[in-house]
Design a protein around this ligand. Structure first.
Ligand code: PEP
Ligand code: MG
Length: 745
């Protein structure tokens, strides 16, 4: 390994390095032959360097996958140890190599990041039984070789290497699911600890063994601390995963493989990387979902171990250097991890898993970073530095795009830029229809990063501030002081513009690992939002106090989520009033004005709206949840997402009923939820008489542009007829109307 390290350190040409590598390895392993085969772009294995076979065969001998014993190693990505190769069923004689009389064969795959780069072999003229130690040594050498092979010098190693697939080549168009809208072009970066080649090999194996042991000990301790330190707070899936981690961290096989690798000359980091590589290669061929899950666990654990090792060295295994225009690739990413990134450099995110309801997706949307999820195996098809296009709207990723694809996308990016410029010009114009109806456009927000959007979009206030985001991003329950700081910052940046704070909407798909919640069959209809808050008085109390104190001397608008009965709302409001007294007794100046509202998210409360509005000052229609329950369709199910249309007579009639209830009581009503930010849907809502719409930042510009071209009275009149239509959707009719009026959608 020392000699190999020297080869790596020496600045030499690609071929020279490979030649020297096989020479050193052959002599150290007492082999008559040592050869390196590398994969060509068509999948063939090409002999690229040899000690012992005829030199003229180099760059000439090529084997198809599965052809010969070398092809077998490549096909299965597993070591193959054959005492008598010429009699092996797969044996294929290559005359130009002059390999007559060579009988024993040991071959191992050259893997990097789970991807097969080639095959490394040793052979002997006499019958020789290679033992496990030989295989281990060869695998270790293959891992180091992989680093030599992908080094830029080899990639630029001259014509003979041109067709060698050292990195994935060629354009690939991969379809996943759009998780956060947007379009970006950039360079791939992998979000996983990466061991630089210089740290792979050890100076002193004994010292490395000690480092490895210490890191494993710390790893185990940290898992125990997670499992026990927080009491029984971790439940359900999180606990199950941690318990699996604990099991693996004590698994003898896993530890033995790590220790063996260190014994053979790798650094502790190198050992972890090697074992991780092999696991990845297995993962690629595993079909069984349970096995895949376990292999993922192993990988996560290896990453943790690398971080522990790095800490001890005072080294951070950051993802490979983050370029200015990074596209981040990860299996999955948490919201906190995403926020930890150098966000000025991240242009897009590609995930092997991930769904649009994931918390990271919500954060990415707030940051305006496009995300495409559910592209299995993408980490193995991309190399750091590859050019990538991420199309969050279409849910498509282009790896190594051709010039044509780049041009098309560049045009689309420019078109988007032009559109953004149009919206920017509309920013300060009031949203008033052609016939003089004023529409209030508000923002949905939840993170401090959203606040800048108020000025950027020209929204008139925040119609929905999702307070649970702060809780979802935190490692532990935010204290009253932390909550207060956030709320005060929101009010500060809103200035005169109104802000409606929604109290915690936890449960459903918004799970906090640190809060004990039982697993439910139907979490969306379970113990969530206001139900949970009413049952957990301390949680609600803390938040209400934080809100009241933050709004001291200013106006406070509080809204309760997921109200199902008027009585629930009254109970919640009573708590708020009670806390108002408590805060006043503590000497804080009270808010100048208090408005308390309810979200209409369940059909039940829509039919009790008169009673509700006797005590509520305003309501907001949470159309995401309301439609989920109206149509009985899971809002996070991608299969059903296009099945029912809010622009259908029954749904629109239902919304009208809510609007009329509010008109009877003369109380303001808004619509929040994603639909309010879509021009056509917004038009329908305006036609139903809604004049307050709260939406994601990206919706404000397009909706304002529409409003400016709309004749509200005409839309209202048309809606009257459309509500009686027998069509399953009135989308087409509304579109035609918008066109007739010249209102841009
Ligand atoms: C809704 O349900 O429409 C809503 C705005 O709340 P959330 O999307 O946070 O559930
Ligand atoms: Mg909701």
């Amino acid at each position: 390994m020392r000699q190999i390290r020297e080869i790596m350190a020496r600045a030499a040409g690609a071929q020279e390095r490979l030649d020297e590598f096989v020479r050193v390895l052959a002599s150290n392993m007492l082999a008559d032959v040592c050869s390196v085969y590398l994969e060509r772009s068509n999948g063939d294995m090409e002999l690229c360097a040899t000690e012992g076979l005829a030199a003229k065969a180099v760059h000439r001998t090529r084997l198809r996958p599965g052809e010969g014993v070398v092809g077998q190693v490549a096909l299965k990505a597993e070591p193959l140890n054959v005492e008598d190769a010429p009699n092996h069923p797969a044996f294929s004689f290559q005359a130009e190599t002059e390999e007559q009389g060579i009988v024993s064969f040991l071959g191992v795959p050259i893997l990097r990041g789970g991807r097969l780069l080639g095959v490394l072999t040793i052979q002997n003229r006499t019958k020789r039984v290679y033992d496990d130690e030989d295989t281990e040594t060869l695998q270790t050498a293959a891992m180091v070789l992989a680093e030599i092979v992908v080094a830029p010098e080899l990639a630029a190693g001259g014509e003979v290497f041109d067709s060698i697939a050292l990195r994935p080549t060629g354009e690939e168009r991969l379809e996943g699911r759009g998780v956060a809208d947007g379009l970006a072009v950039g360079r791939a970066v992998k979000h996983e600890p990466h061991v630089p080649p210089a740290l792979l090999l050890a100076e002193d194996p004994d010292a490395e063994a000690v480092r490895l042991e210490a890191a494993i000990k710390r790893l185990r301790e940290s898992i125990e601390a997670l499992l026990e330190g927080r009491g029984s707070a971790i439940e359900g899936d999180s606990r199950e995963i941690l318990e699996t981690y604990r099991m693996i961290a004590h698994d003898k096989g896993w530890l033995a493989r790590l220790q063996d690798a260190v014994r053979l000359g790798l650094s502790a980091e190198g050992a972890v990387e090697r074992v991780r590589n092999e696991q990845r290669a297995k993962l690629l061929s595993a079909r069984d979902p349970y096995l895949r899950e376990r292999l993922h666990d192993l990988e996560d654990l290896a990453n943790r171990l690398l971080r522990h090792l790095g800490e001890a060295r005072g080294y951070t295994f950051a993802a490979e250097e983050t370029p200015e225009d990074a596209i981040l690739f990860a299996r999955t990413i948490g919201p906190a991890e995403l926020l930890e990134q150098d966000l000025d450099r991240i242009r897009g995110v590609v995930l092997e898993e991930g769904s649009s309801t994931s918390h990271a997706a919500i954060v990415a949307r707030a940051l305006g970073i496009p995300v495409v999820g559910r592209i299995e195996g993408v980490l193995d098809r991309v190399e750091a530095g590859d050019l990538v296009i991420v199309d969050g709207a279409a849910g498509v990723v282009h790896l190594r795009p051709t010039t044509d694809a780049m041009e098309t996308h560049q045009q689309r990016i420019e078109q988007r830029g032009e559109r953004a410029a149009v919206f920017e010009r509309l920013k300060d114009r009031p949203a008033v229809t052609v016939d003089g109806r004023s529409i209030t456009l508000l923002l949905n927000a939840g993170l401090t990063v959203d606040l800048a959007q108020l000025d950027r979009t020209g929204a008139e206030g925040i119609g929905l501030f999702r307070t649970e985001f702060q809780f979802m991003i935190a490692e532990k329950l935010p204290r009253q002081g932390e909550q207060r700081t956030l709320y005060a910052a929101v009010l500060d940046s809103a200035g005169d513009r109104p802000v409606t704070f929604r109290t915690l909407d936890l449960g459903g798909d918004k799970i906090l690992p640190y809060l004990q919640m039982d697993r439910e069959e139907n979490p969306a209809m379970g113990w969530r939002a206001l139900r949970l808050a009413l049952d957990r008085p301390a949680l609600l109390r803390t938040q209400l106090r934080a809100l009241i104190i933050a709004a001291s001397g200013r106006e406070l608008r509080v809204m309760f989520p997921f109200v199902t009965t008027a009585a629930e709302f009254s109970a919640a409001k009573a708590r708020l009033i009670g806390e108002l007294d408590w805060v006043a007794r503590r000497g804080h100046e009270p808010p100048t004005k208090l408005e308390v509202g309810a979200m209409i998210e369940t059909p039940a409360i829509a039919f009790e709206i008169d009673a509700l509005l006797e005590t509520a000052d305003f309501v907001s229609v949470g159309a995401n949840d309301l439609m989920q329950f109206f149509f009985a369709v899971d809002r996070s199910s991608p299969r059903l997402s296009d099945r029912y249309d809010i622009l259908s007579p029954p749904a629109l009639k239902f919304l009208k009923l809510v609007r009329e209830g509010c008109a009877r009581a003369d109380k303001p009503v808004s619509v929040c939820g994603e639909v309010a930010g879509r021009p056509l849907e917004a038009m329908a809502l305006i036609g139903l008489g809604f004049d307050r719409l709260s939406m994601p930042a990206a919706g404000v510009g397009p909706v304002k542009r529409l409003v400016l071209g709309l004749n509200a009275r005409r839309v209202e009149a048309a809606m009257g007829e459309l509500l009686e239509s027998r069509e399953p959707s009135v989308r087409g009719a509304l579109q035609a109307l918008a066109e007739e009026m010249g209102a841009p959608l």
